[in-house]
Design a protein around this ligand. Structure first.
Ligand code: UGA
Length: 432
Protein backbone atom coordinates (compact mmCIF):
# COMPACT_ATOMS: atom_id res chain seq x y z
CA UNK A 1 0.00 0.00 0.00
CA UNK A 2 1.09 3.60 -0.52
CA UNK A 3 1.15 5.43 2.80
CA UNK A 4 2.09 8.97 3.85
CA UNK A 5 3.19 9.73 7.39
CA UNK A 6 3.17 13.43 8.33
CA UNK A 7 5.65 14.37 11.06
CA UNK A 8 9.15 12.92 11.52
CA UNK A 9 9.30 13.10 15.31
CA UNK A 10 9.84 9.90 17.24
CA UNK A 11 6.28 8.56 16.64
CA UNK A 12 6.23 9.54 12.95
CA UNK A 13 9.69 8.26 12.21
CA UNK A 14 9.17 4.91 13.93
CA UNK A 15 5.72 4.49 12.36
CA UNK A 16 6.97 5.35 8.86
CA UNK A 17 10.02 3.09 8.97
CA UNK A 18 8.10 0.33 10.76
CA UNK A 19 5.26 0.34 8.21
CA UNK A 20 7.82 0.33 5.39
CA UNK A 21 9.47 -2.68 6.99
CA UNK A 22 6.15 -4.54 6.98
CA UNK A 23 6.07 -4.19 3.18
CA UNK A 24 4.34 -0.85 2.48
CA UNK A 25 5.69 2.04 0.40
CA UNK A 26 5.90 4.92 2.83
CA UNK A 27 6.57 8.60 2.25
CA UNK A 28 7.54 10.39 5.46
CA UNK A 29 6.90 14.12 5.31
CA UNK A 30 8.14 16.93 7.53
CA UNK A 31 8.08 20.70 7.04
CA UNK A 32 11.58 20.89 8.46
CA UNK A 33 13.72 20.67 5.31
CA UNK A 34 16.91 20.41 7.39
CA UNK A 35 15.57 17.35 9.19
CA UNK A 36 14.57 15.78 5.86
CA UNK A 37 18.10 16.34 4.53
CA UNK A 38 19.57 14.66 7.59
CA UNK A 39 17.23 11.69 7.25
CA UNK A 40 17.97 11.29 3.55
CA UNK A 41 21.63 11.11 4.56
CA UNK A 42 20.74 8.36 7.04
CA UNK A 43 21.31 10.61 10.03
CA UNK A 44 18.71 10.16 12.77
CA UNK A 45 17.91 13.34 14.72
CA UNK A 46 16.92 11.45 17.89
CA UNK A 47 18.58 8.77 20.02
CA UNK A 48 16.34 5.72 19.64
CA UNK A 49 17.83 2.19 19.78
CA UNK A 50 17.43 0.27 16.50
CA UNK A 51 15.93 3.19 14.57
CA UNK A 52 18.98 4.01 12.47
CA UNK A 53 19.24 0.42 11.23
CA UNK A 54 15.51 0.31 10.48
CA UNK A 55 15.59 3.59 8.53
CA UNK A 56 18.73 2.58 6.62
CA UNK A 57 17.30 -0.81 5.68
CA UNK A 58 14.07 0.66 4.33
CA UNK A 59 15.76 3.56 2.54
CA UNK A 60 17.96 1.02 0.80
CA UNK A 61 14.95 -1.06 -0.29
CA UNK A 62 13.28 2.19 -1.45
CA UNK A 63 10.14 1.38 0.51
CA UNK A 64 10.80 4.51 2.61
CA UNK A 65 11.35 7.99 1.25
CA UNK A 66 11.63 11.35 2.98
CA UNK A 67 10.31 14.62 1.61
CA UNK A 68 9.19 18.09 2.70
CA UNK A 69 6.62 18.19 -0.13
CA UNK A 70 3.27 17.09 1.17
CA UNK A 71 1.33 17.57 -2.07
CA UNK A 72 3.00 14.78 -4.04
CA UNK A 73 2.98 12.43 -1.06
CA UNK A 74 -0.77 12.91 -0.48
CA UNK A 75 -1.45 12.55 -4.19
CA UNK A 76 0.04 9.05 -4.39
CA UNK A 77 -1.18 7.68 -1.01
CA UNK A 78 -4.54 6.28 -0.05
CA UNK A 79 -3.71 6.41 3.65
CA UNK A 80 -2.30 9.43 5.44
CA UNK A 81 -1.07 9.13 9.03
CA UNK A 82 -0.82 12.31 11.08
CA UNK A 83 1.95 12.10 13.70
CA UNK A 84 2.65 15.71 14.65
CA UNK A 85 3.13 17.21 18.12
CA UNK A 86 0.30 18.25 20.43
CA UNK A 87 2.20 20.18 23.11
CA UNK A 88 0.70 21.59 26.32
CA UNK A 89 -0.67 25.12 26.27
CA UNK A 90 -0.15 27.26 29.41
CA UNK A 91 -3.60 26.24 30.73
CA UNK A 92 -2.81 22.51 30.32
CA UNK A 93 -4.98 21.98 27.23
CA UNK A 94 -3.39 20.19 24.27
CA UNK A 95 -2.48 22.50 21.39
CA UNK A 96 -3.83 20.81 18.24
CA UNK A 97 -2.82 23.58 15.83
CA UNK A 98 -0.19 21.37 14.13
CA UNK A 99 -2.83 18.67 13.57
CA UNK A 100 -5.27 21.22 12.14
CA UNK A 101 -2.75 22.73 9.79
CA UNK A 102 -1.66 19.25 8.57
CA UNK A 103 -5.33 18.40 7.94
CA UNK A 104 -5.91 21.62 5.98
CA UNK A 105 -2.88 20.87 3.83
CA UNK A 106 -4.08 17.32 3.23
CA UNK A 107 -7.54 18.61 2.33
CA UNK A 108 -6.38 20.98 -0.38
CA UNK A 109 -4.20 18.30 -1.93
CA UNK A 110 -6.65 15.40 -1.91
CA UNK A 111 -7.26 13.90 -5.35
CA UNK A 112 -9.53 10.95 -4.48
CA UNK A 113 -10.70 8.74 -1.59
CA UNK A 114 -8.31 8.93 1.36
CA UNK A 115 -8.20 7.53 4.88
CA UNK A 116 -6.83 10.11 7.33
CA UNK A 117 -5.41 8.30 10.36
CA UNK A 118 -4.63 10.26 13.48
CA UNK A 119 -1.68 8.94 15.52
CA UNK A 120 -1.07 12.14 17.47
CA UNK A 121 -2.48 12.24 21.02
CA UNK A 122 -5.46 14.55 20.60
CA UNK A 123 -8.38 15.69 22.78
CA UNK A 124 -11.56 13.69 22.42
CA UNK A 125 -13.58 15.14 19.57
CA UNK A 126 -10.58 16.02 17.38
CA UNK A 127 -11.37 13.24 14.88
CA UNK A 128 -14.78 14.79 14.28
CA UNK A 129 -13.17 18.23 13.96
CA UNK A 130 -10.80 16.77 11.33
CA UNK A 131 -13.84 15.51 9.44
CA UNK A 132 -15.40 18.98 9.53
CA UNK A 133 -12.24 20.71 8.35
CA UNK A 134 -11.84 18.39 5.36
CA UNK A 135 -15.57 18.54 4.62
CA UNK A 136 -15.37 22.33 4.41
CA UNK A 137 -12.53 22.12 1.90
CA UNK A 138 -13.37 19.13 -0.29
CA UNK A 139 -16.16 17.19 -1.89
CA UNK A 140 -14.11 14.02 -2.46
CA UNK A 141 -14.85 11.01 -0.27
CA UNK A 142 -12.68 10.36 2.77
CA UNK A 143 -12.73 8.65 6.17
CA UNK A 144 -11.16 9.60 9.46
CA UNK A 145 -9.59 7.04 11.82
CA UNK A 146 -8.12 7.36 15.30
CA UNK A 147 -5.19 4.98 15.79
CA UNK A 148 -3.46 6.06 19.02
CA UNK A 149 0.18 5.24 19.56
CA UNK A 150 1.56 3.42 22.60
CA UNK A 151 5.30 3.44 21.76
CA UNK A 152 7.72 4.22 24.56
CA UNK A 153 10.81 6.30 23.88
CA UNK A 154 13.88 4.14 24.25
CA UNK A 155 12.07 0.99 23.11
CA UNK A 156 9.93 2.44 20.32
CA UNK A 157 11.18 0.14 17.56
CA UNK A 158 10.58 -2.99 19.64
CA UNK A 159 7.17 -1.63 20.72
CA UNK A 160 6.20 -1.00 17.08
CA UNK A 161 6.78 -4.61 16.08
CA UNK A 162 5.40 -6.15 19.27
CA UNK A 163 2.47 -4.00 20.41
CA UNK A 164 0.27 -5.17 23.30
CA UNK A 165 -2.72 -4.08 21.21
CA UNK A 166 -3.73 -1.95 18.24
CA UNK A 167 -6.67 0.41 18.73
CA UNK A 168 -8.63 1.54 15.68
CA UNK A 169 -11.46 4.04 16.05
CA UNK A 170 -13.69 4.64 13.04
CA UNK A 171 -17.32 4.31 12.08
CA UNK A 172 -16.61 3.49 8.43
CA UNK A 173 -16.60 -0.12 7.21
CA UNK A 174 -14.48 0.91 4.23
CA UNK A 175 -11.86 2.43 6.53
CA UNK A 176 -11.88 -0.75 8.65
CA UNK A 177 -10.93 -2.76 5.56
CA UNK A 178 -8.17 -0.31 4.65
CA UNK A 179 -6.75 -0.46 8.19
CA UNK A 180 -6.85 -4.27 8.09
CA UNK A 181 -4.64 -4.11 5.02
CA UNK A 182 -2.27 -1.61 6.66
CA UNK A 183 -1.88 -3.88 9.70
CA UNK A 184 -2.17 -7.15 7.80
CA UNK A 185 1.04 -8.54 9.28
CA UNK A 186 -0.10 -7.79 12.84
CA UNK A 187 -3.48 -9.45 12.24
CA UNK A 188 -1.62 -12.54 11.03
CA UNK A 189 0.59 -12.44 14.15
CA UNK A 190 -2.60 -12.44 16.27
CA UNK A 191 -1.89 -9.04 17.85
CA UNK A 192 -5.03 -8.06 19.80
CA UNK A 193 -7.09 -5.46 17.89
CA UNK A 194 -9.84 -3.31 19.36
CA UNK A 195 -12.25 -1.69 16.88
CA UNK A 196 -14.13 1.28 18.34
CA UNK A 197 -15.62 4.63 17.46
CA UNK A 198 -13.44 7.76 17.15
CA UNK A 199 -14.10 9.23 20.60
CA UNK A 200 -13.47 5.96 22.43
CA UNK A 201 -10.13 5.43 20.68
CA UNK A 202 -9.06 8.98 21.48
CA UNK A 203 -9.98 8.53 25.14
CA UNK A 204 -8.23 5.14 25.43
CA UNK A 205 -4.90 6.84 24.76
CA UNK A 206 -5.29 9.46 27.51
CA UNK A 207 -6.75 6.93 29.93
CA UNK A 208 -3.79 4.58 29.44
CA UNK A 209 -1.24 7.32 30.06
CA UNK A 210 -3.13 8.73 33.08
CA UNK A 211 -3.45 5.25 34.59
CA UNK A 212 0.27 4.55 34.17
CA UNK A 213 1.15 7.96 35.64
CA UNK A 214 -1.14 7.16 38.57
CA UNK A 215 0.62 3.82 39.13
CA UNK A 216 3.98 5.63 39.31
CA UNK A 217 2.72 8.34 41.68
CA UNK A 218 1.10 5.69 43.83
CA UNK A 219 4.33 3.73 44.26
CA UNK A 220 6.26 6.99 44.80
CA UNK A 221 3.96 7.86 47.71
CA UNK A 222 4.23 4.33 49.10
CA UNK A 223 8.04 4.63 48.81
CA UNK A 224 7.88 7.81 50.86
CA UNK A 225 5.82 5.96 53.46
CA UNK A 226 8.38 3.11 53.43
CA UNK A 227 11.04 5.66 54.42
CA UNK A 228 8.89 6.79 57.34
CA UNK A 229 8.07 3.30 58.67
CA UNK A 230 11.32 1.50 57.78
CA UNK A 231 9.92 -0.79 55.04
CA UNK A 232 11.51 -1.72 51.69
CA UNK A 233 9.53 -0.45 48.68
CA UNK A 234 11.17 -2.93 46.31
CA UNK A 235 9.71 -5.83 48.29
CA UNK A 236 6.38 -4.02 48.74
CA UNK A 237 6.13 -3.51 44.96
CA UNK A 238 7.04 -7.15 44.37
CA UNK A 239 4.53 -8.26 46.98
CA UNK A 240 1.64 -6.38 45.38
CA UNK A 241 2.81 -6.96 41.80
CA UNK A 242 2.49 -10.73 42.16
CA UNK A 243 -1.26 -10.17 42.33
CA UNK A 244 -2.27 -10.42 38.66
CA UNK A 245 -4.95 -7.81 39.16
CA UNK A 246 -2.20 -5.30 40.01
CA UNK A 247 0.71 -6.52 37.87
CA UNK A 248 4.40 -5.90 38.48
CA UNK A 249 5.07 -3.26 35.77
CA UNK A 250 5.37 0.46 36.38
CA UNK A 251 5.96 0.11 40.08
CA UNK A 252 9.46 1.56 40.16
CA UNK A 253 9.64 4.58 42.45
CA UNK A 254 11.86 7.50 41.47
CA UNK A 255 12.15 11.26 41.16
CA UNK A 256 8.74 11.57 39.44
CA UNK A 257 7.62 10.79 35.91
CA UNK A 258 8.74 13.05 33.06
CA UNK A 259 8.94 13.02 29.28
CA UNK A 260 6.86 14.37 26.47
CA UNK A 261 3.74 12.35 27.31
CA UNK A 262 2.67 11.69 30.92
CA UNK A 263 3.00 15.28 32.21
CA UNK A 264 1.30 16.74 29.10
CA UNK A 265 -1.40 14.07 28.77
CA UNK A 266 -2.47 14.04 32.44
CA UNK A 267 -2.90 17.82 32.32
CA UNK A 268 -4.79 17.62 29.01
CA UNK A 269 -7.12 14.88 30.31
CA UNK A 270 -8.02 17.03 33.33
CA UNK A 271 -8.91 19.85 30.91
CA UNK A 272 -10.90 17.56 28.59
CA UNK A 273 -13.02 16.55 31.60
CA UNK A 274 -13.30 20.11 32.93
CA UNK A 275 -14.55 21.25 29.53
CA UNK A 276 -17.42 18.81 29.88
CA UNK A 277 -18.18 19.80 33.49
CA UNK A 278 -16.54 16.66 34.93
CA UNK A 279 -13.79 16.53 37.51
CA UNK A 280 -10.97 13.95 37.46
CA UNK A 281 -9.86 14.50 41.04
CA UNK A 282 -7.64 11.40 41.06
CA UNK A 283 -5.69 12.57 38.01
CA UNK A 284 -5.43 16.08 39.50
CA UNK A 285 -3.89 14.52 42.60
CA UNK A 286 -1.45 12.52 40.47
CA UNK A 287 -0.21 15.73 38.83
CA UNK A 288 0.25 17.41 42.25
CA UNK A 289 1.90 14.32 43.72
CA UNK A 290 4.40 14.19 40.85
CA UNK A 291 5.37 17.83 41.43
CA UNK A 292 5.79 17.12 45.16
CA UNK A 293 7.98 14.12 44.41
CA UNK A 294 10.51 16.27 42.51
CA UNK A 295 10.67 18.76 45.43
CA UNK A 296 11.03 15.85 47.86
CA UNK A 297 14.13 14.66 45.97
CA UNK A 298 15.80 18.04 46.61
CA UNK A 299 15.01 17.71 50.33
CA UNK A 300 16.39 14.16 50.30
CA UNK A 301 19.67 15.35 48.77
CA UNK A 302 19.92 18.24 51.25
CA UNK A 303 19.31 15.89 54.19
CA UNK A 304 22.11 13.59 53.06
CA UNK A 305 24.51 16.38 52.17
CA UNK A 306 23.81 19.11 54.70
CA UNK A 307 23.78 22.72 53.44
CA UNK A 308 24.50 22.39 49.67
CA UNK A 309 26.38 25.72 49.55
CA UNK A 310 29.88 25.05 48.23
CA UNK A 311 29.32 21.28 48.04
CA UNK A 312 30.18 19.36 44.88
CA UNK A 313 27.56 16.98 43.46
CA UNK A 314 28.47 14.41 40.82
CA UNK A 315 25.21 14.00 38.90
CA UNK A 316 24.76 10.93 36.68
CA UNK A 317 22.07 11.22 34.02
CA UNK A 318 19.79 14.03 32.95
CA UNK A 319 17.33 12.46 30.50
CA UNK A 320 13.80 11.68 31.75
CA UNK A 321 14.62 7.97 31.53
CA UNK A 322 17.37 5.78 30.05
CA UNK A 323 17.91 5.01 26.33
CA UNK A 324 16.69 8.37 25.07
CA UNK A 325 18.26 11.80 24.64
CA UNK A 326 14.96 13.48 25.48
CA UNK A 327 15.05 16.07 28.25
CA UNK A 328 11.43 17.19 28.00
CA UNK A 329 10.00 17.52 31.51
CA UNK A 330 12.87 15.50 32.91
CA UNK A 331 12.66 15.63 36.73
CA UNK A 332 16.46 16.09 36.76
CA UNK A 333 16.07 19.63 35.39
CA UNK A 334 14.09 21.24 38.26
CA UNK A 335 16.10 19.22 40.81
CA UNK A 336 19.47 20.43 39.44
CA UNK A 337 18.11 23.98 39.07
CA UNK A 338 17.08 24.04 42.73
CA UNK A 339 20.42 22.63 43.90
CA UNK A 340 22.27 25.30 41.89
CA UNK A 341 20.09 27.96 43.51
CA UNK A 342 21.08 26.53 46.91
CA UNK A 343 24.75 27.08 45.99
CA UNK A 344 25.81 23.53 45.05
CA UNK A 345 28.40 22.91 42.36
CA UNK A 346 27.15 20.38 39.77
CA UNK A 347 29.43 18.05 37.82
CA UNK A 348 27.18 16.39 35.23
CA UNK A 349 27.47 13.34 33.01
CA UNK A 350 24.93 11.78 30.65
CA UNK A 351 25.84 9.22 27.97
CA UNK A 352 23.86 10.90 25.16
CA UNK A 353 22.34 14.23 26.23
CA UNK A 354 25.29 16.50 27.10
CA UNK A 355 24.72 18.90 24.20
CA UNK A 356 21.06 19.28 25.11
CA UNK A 357 22.00 19.78 28.78
CA UNK A 358 24.36 22.59 27.77
CA UNK A 359 21.49 24.36 26.05
CA UNK A 360 19.63 24.40 29.39
CA UNK A 361 22.32 25.02 31.99
CA UNK A 362 25.00 26.75 29.84
CA UNK A 363 27.97 27.66 32.06
CA UNK A 364 26.30 27.02 35.42
CA UNK A 365 27.15 23.31 35.33
CA UNK A 366 30.47 21.50 34.80
CA UNK A 367 30.07 19.03 31.89
CA UNK A 368 32.09 15.83 32.25
CA UNK A 369 33.18 13.36 29.61
CA UNK A 370 32.62 10.28 31.79
CA UNK A 371 31.12 9.12 35.09
CA UNK A 372 34.42 9.16 36.94
CA UNK A 373 35.19 12.75 35.94
CA UNK A 374 31.76 13.76 37.28
CA UNK A 375 32.35 11.99 40.57
CA UNK A 376 35.91 13.25 41.16
CA UNK A 377 36.06 15.34 44.34
CA UNK A 378 32.29 15.05 44.86
CA UNK A 379 30.61 15.31 48.25
CA UNK A 380 27.85 13.07 46.92
CA UNK A 381 26.99 11.11 43.79
CA UNK A 382 23.38 11.51 42.62
CA UNK A 383 21.86 9.04 40.13
CA UNK A 384 19.13 10.86 38.19
CA UNK A 385 18.70 8.42 35.27
CA UNK A 386 18.96 4.62 35.28
CA UNK A 387 21.49 4.25 32.44
CA UNK A 388 22.95 0.72 32.29
CA UNK A 389 26.51 2.07 32.19
CA UNK A 390 26.03 3.50 35.72
CA UNK A 391 25.37 -0.01 37.03
CA UNK A 392 28.86 -1.11 36.14
CA UNK A 393 30.84 1.49 38.11
CA UNK A 394 34.05 0.37 39.82
CA UNK A 395 33.03 1.28 43.37
CA UNK A 396 36.54 0.95 44.83
CA UNK A 397 37.67 3.57 42.33
CA UNK A 398 34.55 5.69 42.98
CA UNK A 399 35.25 5.68 46.71
CA UNK A 400 38.87 6.75 46.19
CA UNK A 401 38.03 9.72 43.96
CA UNK A 402 35.05 11.10 45.93
CA UNK A 403 35.52 13.61 48.75
CA UNK A 404 32.66 12.03 50.73
CA UNK A 405 31.35 8.51 50.04
CA UNK A 406 27.64 9.34 49.78
CA UNK A 407 25.47 7.82 47.02
CA UNK A 408 21.98 9.21 46.48
CA UNK A 409 20.28 6.78 44.15
CA UNK A 410 17.05 8.39 42.89
CA UNK A 411 16.36 5.37 40.61
CA UNK A 412 17.13 2.58 43.08
CA UNK A 413 19.60 1.01 40.63
CA UNK A 414 22.12 -0.12 43.24
CA UNK A 415 21.94 -2.76 45.93
CA UNK A 416 22.12 -0.88 49.26
CA UNK A 417 23.98 -3.66 51.13
CA UNK A 418 26.69 -3.97 48.45
CA UNK A 419 27.35 -0.24 48.57
CA UNK A 420 27.40 -0.21 52.36
CA UNK A 421 29.98 -3.02 52.25
CA UNK A 422 32.11 -0.75 50.05
CA UNK A 423 31.87 1.90 52.80
CA UNK A 424 29.30 4.21 51.20
CA UNK A 425 26.39 5.95 52.86
CA UNK A 426 23.47 4.87 50.65
CA UNK A 427 20.26 6.85 50.18
CA UNK A 428 17.60 5.38 47.88
CA UNK A 429 13.91 6.01 47.31
CA UNK A 430 11.87 3.99 49.82
CA UNK A 431 14.68 1.68 50.83
CA UNK A 432 17.74 1.67 53.05
C1 UGA B 1 4.75 6.76 27.64
C2 UGA B 1 3.91 5.47 27.60
O1 UGA B 1 4.54 4.46 28.37
C3 UGA B 1 3.75 4.98 26.15
O2 UGA B 1 2.89 3.84 26.12
C4 UGA B 1 3.11 6.09 25.32
O3 UGA B 1 2.99 5.73 23.95
C5 UGA B 1 3.99 7.34 25.40
O4 UGA B 1 4.12 7.72 26.81
C6 UGA B 1 3.30 8.43 24.62
O5 UGA B 1 2.19 8.82 25.01
O6 UGA B 1 3.81 8.80 23.55
P1 UGA B 1 7.36 7.34 27.49
O7 UGA B 1 6.97 8.72 27.90
O8 UGA B 1 8.26 7.16 26.34
O9 UGA B 1 6.05 6.45 27.16
O10 UGA B 1 8.10 6.65 28.73
P2 UGA B 1 7.72 5.66 29.93
O11 UGA B 1 8.59 4.50 29.85
O12 UGA B 1 6.28 5.44 30.03
O13 UGA B 1 8.20 6.54 31.19
C7 UGA B 1 7.60 7.78 31.51
C8 UGA B 1 8.17 8.31 32.81
O14 UGA B 1 7.76 7.51 33.92
C9 UGA B 1 9.70 8.33 32.87
O15 UGA B 1 10.12 9.52 33.50
C10 UGA B 1 10.05 7.13 33.71
O16 UGA B 1 11.28 7.23 34.38
C11 UGA B 1 8.89 7.14 34.69
N1 UGA B 1 8.64 5.80 35.30
C12 UGA B 1 8.22 4.76 34.53
C13 UGA B 1 8.80 5.63 36.67
O17 UGA B 1 9.18 6.58 37.40
N2 UGA B 1 8.52 4.41 37.22
C14 UGA B 1 8.10 3.36 36.48
O18 UGA B 1 7.87 2.26 37.05
C15 UGA B 1 7.95 3.53 35.10
Amino acid sequence: MYITVIGCGYVGLVTASGLADTGHCVTAVDHDAEKIDLLRNREIPIHEPGLKELVEKNLASQRLIFTDKLKEAVGRSQIIFIAVGTPSMPDGKADISQVESAVREIAVNMNGYKVIVNKSTVPVGTGRRVREIIGEEKRVKFDVVSNPEFLREGSAVKDFFHPDRIIIGTESGKAVNVMKEVYNLFLKKKTPFLWTDLETAELIKYTANAFLAMKISFINEIANLCEAVGADVKAVAEGIGLDHRIGSYFLLPGPGYGGSCFPKDTRALIEIARNKGERLSLVETVVESNERQKRRMVEKIKRALGDPRGKILGVLGITFKANTDDLRESPAIPIITELLLCGAEIRLHDPVAMKKAEMIFSASVHYCSDEYEAITGADALVVMTEWNSYLRLDFDRVKKIMRNPIIIDLRNIYDPSTLKKHGFTYVGVGRF
